[in-house]
Design a protein around this ligand. Structure first.
Ligand code: NAP
Length: 233
């Protein structure tokens, strides 16, 4: 049996192509579910995941989590190494970079010296606290309602992609946005805001991806299917 660590479109695509158990963290109240068997919730760190892999007779693990889900990827690499289960990371490519973007190493760095006063923030609800003491006004878009701490001057927009360039242009114009802050998530579902920011001449502050563990890594679902074939899983 194969375990797919999910929470992304690529994980759902892979689950439609190979028989597998998909695992979700359980952060979203009504997630888009993959086909096939699904389990929800944490494993209990590296030790919990290592035991779960053995108890469920898992022959290969594909980590298709979000590029910024750093902990689960590190845990899965460690657990698979410990119990000798083949491990693959499936990561979509980052956004096609545009000259002039301000690249930063963390969301905390993005919150320093923001080059604008009306910020379109799409880094997700878990990172909102980093902006809590910023004086700027924020339009913060996310899937689930946030909890404090968060910026004092904020409009929260609950929404899930995909988004269109026309939709993003009209949203940014309607709120007089003058800076976009986002993560290098990659993919087509959320790239429209970057195109819209470019058209409007709005500066972009973008958070670099965290480093990956030294595991086999592919960029597409097709490559993951081939790797599983080769691994005999
Ligand atoms: P994280 O910081 O890497 O993980 C924190 C803990 O959540 C992990 O140690 C693990 O708990 C549990 N966990 C995470 N992903 C899991 C999964 N697929 N199945 C079972 N347990 C999981 O992750 P995160 O940034 O909070 O993201 C949570 C999930 O949301 C990820 O699966 C990711 O694909 C999805 N997501 C994240 C983002 C983002 O920007 N971070 C955006 C979109 C979707 P235990 O230690 O108890 O096993």
């Amino acid at each position: 049996m194969i375990l797919i660590l999910g929470g992304t479109g690529e994980a759902r695509e892979l689950a439609a192509r190979v028989p597998a158990i998909s695992s979700l963290a359980g952060r979203v109240s009504s997630p888009r579910l993959p086909v096939g068997e699904v389990r929800v919730g944490g494993f209990g760190g590296v030790a919990g995941l290592a035991s779960w892999l053995q108890d469920n007779d898992i022959h290969a693990v594909v980590d298709a989590t979000h590029p910024f889900a750093r902990q689960i990827t590190a845990n899965a690499f460690e657990a698979c190494t410990q119990v000798g289960v083949p491990f693959l990371i499936l990561r979509r490519p980052g956004f096609a970079a545009v000259e002039g973007w301000r690249w930063v190493d963390s969301v905390a760095d993005a919150a320093r010296d923001l080059p604008g006063s009306r910020v379109f923030l799409t880094t997700g609800r878990q990172d909102l606290a980093e902006f809590a003491s910023c004086p700027q006004w924020f339009l913060a878009r996310m899937v689930e309602p946030p909890e404090p701490p968060m910026p004092h001057r904020i409009e929260v927009l609950l929404s899930r992609g995909p988004f269109t360039v026309d939709g993003e242009l009209s949203l940014m114009r309607s709120r007089s946005i003058d800076v976009l802050v986002t993560k290098d998530s990659g993919g087509s579902m959320t790239s429209a805001k970057l195109e819209a920011a470019q058209q409007l001449g709005i500066p972009v502050v973008i958070v670099r991806r965290p480093p990956l563990p030294p595991a086999s890594t592919v960029a597409t679902v097709d490559e993951a299917v081939s790797w599983l074939d080769t691994a005999g899983a």
